[in-house]
Design a protein around this ligand. Sequence first.
Ligand code: SDX
Length: 374
Amino acid sequence: MSDTEIHKGLAGVVVDYTAVSKVNPETNSLLYRGYPVQELAANCTFEEVAYLLWHGDLPDAAQLAAFHELERSQRGLDANVRRAIDDLPLAAHPMDVLRTAVSIIGANDPDASVATPESNLSKSIRLLAKIPAIVAYDQRRRRGQDLVAPRDDLGYSANFLNMTFGEVPSDVVVKAFDVSMILYAEHSFNASTFTARVVTSTLSDLYSAVVAGIGALKGPLHGGANEAVMHVFDEIGTADAADAWLDEALTEKRKIMGFGHRVYKNGDSRVPTMKAALDTLVEEFDAQDLLALYDALETAMEARKPIKPNLDYPSGPAYRLIGYDTEMFTPLFVASRVTGWTAHIMEQLASNSLIRPLSEYDGPAERHLPVRSL
Ligand code: SDX
């Protein structure tokens, strides 16, 4: 074996600069364009945070009004996208439905390959506006329910929830959902964002980079964990079964979904804010049993492994209480992270270099075919 140092999984490897966000495990903090994410969650809407990620500053009143108008005017589910979704089996995973729908939006955009900042910004807003309609319709069709049209008198989260459930829920639910969108929006060079940057580095188009990001986010080691957390909760059932379940799972060397993080080693900076949002939903829906299970599994894990919850741990139960089907949780992550992905796509293009790492060969030594008689 050669003495070349291999950085498996690129763990700990710094590959580029970014001005979009700063993940700081030492101080357990996360800044979006310099603002602590906790302050943004408490004082801003997801629309304002999307604007911040794309433009580098929060919008003033006039800029926000113009942004609202642009986003709200594009919320409808295009007929060709709806037909394509209807042609997909209900057994298709919602992440595959969403990936397909984004591909169709891209294939129908005559400017798909135009890579100017203005063109990519308008594609980004288009996806921000249209993904909720795709996710909401996909859940409703699985329940045999009709499409609910978007309303341009509602904010992003209230409209998303209204399209999903046919009514605007309480302010508590809308706020908790909006907080989750803000917390999921951006996280530097995570696997799906780096995937989007790799695709962008070849000068492929924004839609191709977003579709690739969706593919990467689907995995249970990454975005798919918020869905997997709820499958774990459903497997455990009640709080008093958490200890025994965890002992068996760890004996089987299973990765416990919603716990651990490649960068944060003393806890995910976003968890306290999302847990506080979950607590408001527990009170709103009187879901003490769910909270007891949440606490029991966290306590059981703490007693066995120094591995702390990540954002997916509180967000899964929150989406369950809000009423989303479990398989819809990661598409909700996409609805938010499309803002971070597209901010990084535009940043990558601004000072691009083809992303092409090296590998160390450890296959068969050079050998040759026997001479064949013709
Ligand atoms: C997200 O990168 C980002 O920023 C991602 C994200 C974002 O906003 O984009 O934050 C979103 O993806 C959060 C992570 C969601 N994934 C999960 O919840 C899945 C469960 N978590 C693990 O798969 C794991 O913690 C990772 C993949 C998230 C991180 O793993 P690392 O840093 O690569 O660490 P590792 O897998 O090398 O594990 C180190 C040790 C191992 O033990 P040993 O083999 O050395 O004895 O810790 C153990 C692991 O087995 N371990 C776990 C564990 N996580 C790590 N053991 C049980 N359960 C876990 N969850």
